[in-house]
Design a protein around this ligand. Structure first.
Ligand code: C2E
Ligand code: CA
Ligand code: CA
Length: 777
């Protein structure tokens, strides 16, 4: 049992301790303590007030009682005197007195005693002797004489050993002959009767001064004092009463029990205590409520903060006092602001800042979702779009124009395909996702409208025609996962790119095969570069006016162990993509120089230079070394570059080209007419030769404006002091036409196909007219 109690106490204390540690607990405790203190103080003040009030009331009562007693005594003595006077004046009495008729006198005083209802009637003679009625065995007439002679007629005397009121009336016949004294005993009974006449409960007694003992002795006359009595504290007042007897000092002692008068207020006190108790309890309840009102919102704020820390969006209810409400409001505002910022960050992480379109990541997420729902009845159509020659647009027209085109394209795509997700993947690549296509919807017509949108004129104020390649994949047939569909669209796009500007291509399983073939080729190419598995073939460059071969273009060949001779059309793009072209190109320069140095006469050799080679300073060194090592004069080396070298850092390219020219090497502009604004490049660098692209030459045979264009080129080149060469000339008619348009040189199967190095010498030795040479090809 004790153990249980101990445990309970410990538990209660621990819980109180815990509470006291919380803000709410502390506030409640503080309030309750404060309230209790205030209540105790109020109670103490009220209680002492009550005591004071009760005491003062009792004091007032007591002094009033004293006066009442005096009056009662005076009235009684007056009555006694009146009664006595009647007898003292009575003729018969006087006669009996004069005659000393004792029986008559005795009878008279006894009649008077009964009629006046007093204890005794006494006749005091002038000598102090007395005649007393019955009931007055011991009364000292002599002791009264002094006072009576002085004219005092009222006072207290001792009758049979007790105090008694006395009223004296002179017996005059006519001279004073004695006194008739009426005496009324003041025993305890009489005093009680007297006390009963007063309003308050008072104990009255008459004592002789000599009888006042102890604390009573110190009480002054008329003074009200508190003394300790038998039944608790007493209020006491002592007053003097006139004495009619020598050596008698009677005192009226009035006592009133203070405890009793205070007891009257005990109910009031109880009520006060109860009110205080209720007040403290109410205060405790209110302070607990108040502290909870303060603590609860703070606690929920703390909980919300913790929850927010764990990543749950938690708002708090704005409750409690203004300060806490505003704290809660601030917290909620902070949560909102952080949420908003997170949304912004999320938006930024999923969107492209230039166009505001979703980015690649968002596109893939959306595609992931779409793929989970895809089947033959709900197909997903995805298109990858790549703007043609965008780099050239940026470089030639400036980035603001490029940005404008992208924005305009984004807007048009979104406008035209409101149900689709249009995303921007990278610089000039876009993606379109149309999910949930039903069997009735035709992917071809979607592709056509896409082509139409892309074929429009953008950046209208510049009237700029742009085109784009599109690769399309449709799920589930082209891929069951987002990844597979993305790869399929990518393959379709690269096929479209390879088909030329503005092409659109759907994914076909062949593309996949081609892609893996490409990957395989990449691996093979790496080992071929390592092992130096390449050869150079040479194609004559024929001068129309001189009617002779003036040089050869070195064209790379790759004799593959399994696939036979692989065309550069297949492996050069891969080499460019992988960067292997730099190494391969350097080898081509060295090998071309090495072989050309052995050729008889002044035949030159032209080597193709990839744009990637031109962006490295190493090219100039490589060329200089190749010339030095082979001993080939620089004037016999020609480097063919394409217009695409001007995309990017043009200044750097020009610097390298000038350095090459400074070595004495000639520079030719290859594939002229396929690039962007071709003619402008002619002014940026003093090319030695312009090679007009096969596509133009072929167009000449088809008639149309090609002749005029070729003439414009030759005229301009003439003016700039550049030699012109037409590529891909296969017929004598074309040769004739080119000659007429002012072209200086030709290259093509008409003269010869590219031949192995070993056959160059025999070609040079032949130097026959074109018709004959063709047979050699
Ligand atoms: P290219 O520089 O325009 O070379 C001319 C291409 O036209 C050669 O193709 C040549 O065989 C072909 N050709 C010449 N005459 C005719 C003709 O009458 N009719 C037709 N249909 N074609 C003709 P090839 O050798 O297949 O080379 C293709 C391309 O590969 C070259 O085009 C060149 O851009 C690139 N290439 C070849 N070797 C190298 C090299 O060593 N380095 C670099 N960077 N590129 C090279
Ligand atoms: Ca070439
Ligand atoms: Ca060419």
């Amino acid at each position: 049992m004790k153990a249980v109690l101990r445990r309970l106490t410990r538990l209660a204390m621990a819980s109180a301790g815990r509470r006291a540690r919380t803000l709410g607990g502390r506030i409640a405790l503080l309030y309750v303590l404060l309230l209790a203190c205030v209540m105790v103080a109020t109670l103490a003040v009220a209680s002492s007030g009550i005591t004071m009030f009760a005491r003062q009331a009792a004091e007032r009562e007591l002094s009033a009682n004293a006066r009442v007693f005096d009056q009662i005594i005076a009235t009684r003595q007056g009555q006694m005197a009146d009664a006595g006077e009647v007898v003292a004046r009575d003729f018969g009495f006087r006669e009996a007195y004069a005659t000393g008729d004792a029986p008559t006198l005795t009878s008279a005083i006894e009649t008077l005693r009964d009629r006046a209802r007093v204890s005794a009637v006494v006749i005091v003679h002038l000598d102090g002797s007395v005649i007393a009625s019955d009931g007055a065995n011991a009364i000292d007439g002599a002791a009264m004489l002094d006072r009576l002679e002085q004219g005092q007629d009222r006072g207290v005397v001792i009758l049979d050993g007790t105090h008694a009121l006395a009223a004296a009336v002179p017996i005059e016949m006519p001279d004073l002959a004695g006194w008739l004294v009426l005496v009324n005993r003041l025993g305890p009974e009489d005093m009680k009767q007297l006390a009963r006449l007063s309003a308050a409960e008072v104990q009255a007694s008459i004592l002789d001064r000599s009888q006042l003992a102890g604390s009573l002795a110190s009480v002054g006359l008329g003074e009200i004092r508190t003394i300790d009595g038998d039944g608790g504290q007493l209020l006491v007042q002592i007053s003097a009463i006139a004495s009619l007897q020598n050596a008698l000092q009677p005192r009226l002692v009035l006592a009133h029990s203070l405890d009793k008068s205070l007891a009257q207020y005990s109910r009031l006190r109880l009520i006060l205590v109860l009110i205080s108790l209720v007040g403290v309890l109410a205060g405790a309840w209110a302070s607990i409520r108040l502290s909870r009102g303060l603590a609860r919102p703070l606690q929920s704020l703390a909980e919300a903060t913790r929850a927010y820390g764990r990543g749950t969006v938690a708002k708090v209810k704005a409750e409690g006092v203004i300060e806490i409400r505003s704290l809660a409001d601030s917290f909620n505002a902070m949560v909102d602001a952080v949420e908003e910022r997170e949304q912004q960050v999320l938006h930024a992480s999923l969107h492209d800042s230039l166009t505001g379109l979703p980015n690649r990541r968002f596109f893939i997420e959306e595609l992931d979702r779409a793929v989970t729902r895809q089947n033959e009845r709900h197909r997903n159509f995805i298109a990858f779009i790549d703007v043609d020659d965008f780099k050239a647009i940026n470089d030639t027209m400036g980035h603001p124009v490029g940005d404008e085109i992208l924005r305009s394209l984004a807007f048009t795509l979104r406008d035209r395909f409101p149900d689709a997700m249009v995303a921007r993947f990278g610089s000039d690549e876009f993606g379109v996702l149309l999910g949930g296509l039903e069997p009735a919807e035709d992917c071809n017509s979607i592709a056509r409208s896409l082509e139409m949108v892309l074929g429009r004129t953008f950046a209208s104020d510049r009237n700029l025609e742009i085109s784009a390649c599109v690769g399309i994949a449709v799920g589930p047939q082209d891929g069951a996962s987002a990844n597979a569909l993305m790869t399929a669209a990518e393959l379709a796009l690269s096929r479209a790119r390879s088909e030329g500007k503005g092409s659109c291509h759907f994914f076909e399983p062949d593309l996949d095969a081609e892609a893996s073939r490409r990957r395989r080729m990449e691996v093979d190419l790496r080992s071929a570069v390592g092992q130096g598995d390449f050869e150079l073939h040479f194609q004559p460059l024929f001068s129309i006016s001189e009617n002779r071969i003036k040089g050869f273009e070195a064209l790379m060949r790759w004799p593959h162990a399994e696939q036979g001779m692989i065309s550069p059309v297949q492996f050069i793009p891969i080499a460019e993509e992988t960067g292997l072209i730099v190494q391969m190109g350097e080898w081509a320069i060295r090998e071309a120089c090495r072989q050309a140095a052995k050729w008889p006469g002044d035949a030159s050799v032209a080597v193709n230079i990839s744009p990637r080679q031109l962006s490295s300073e190493g090219l100039v060194t490589c060329v200089a070394q190749a010339l030095a090592q082979s001993g080939l004069p620089a004037s016999r080396l020609e480097l063919e570059i394409t217009e695409s070298v001007f995309i990017g850092d043009v200044d750097k390219t020009l610097k390298i080209l000038h350095s090459l020219q400074a070595l004495g090497v000639r520079v030719a502009l290859d594939d002229f007419g396929t690039g962007y604004s071709s003619l402008s490049y002619l002014r940026s660098f003093p090319f030695d030769k312009i090679k007009i692209d096969q596509s133009f030459v072929r167009a000449m045979s088809e008639g149309g404006s090609a002749n005029a264009i070729v003439r414009a080129i030759t005229t301009l080149a003439d003016a700039l002091g550049m030699v012109t060469l037409a590529e891909g000339v296969e017929t004598p008619e074309l040769l004739e036409a080119l000659r007429l348009e002012g072209c200086d040189m030709i290259q093509g199967y008409l003269i010869s196909r590219p031949v192995p190095g070993a056959e160059v010498q025999s070609l040079l030795a032949l130097q026959k007219p074109p018709q004959r040479l063709r047979a050699a090809g």
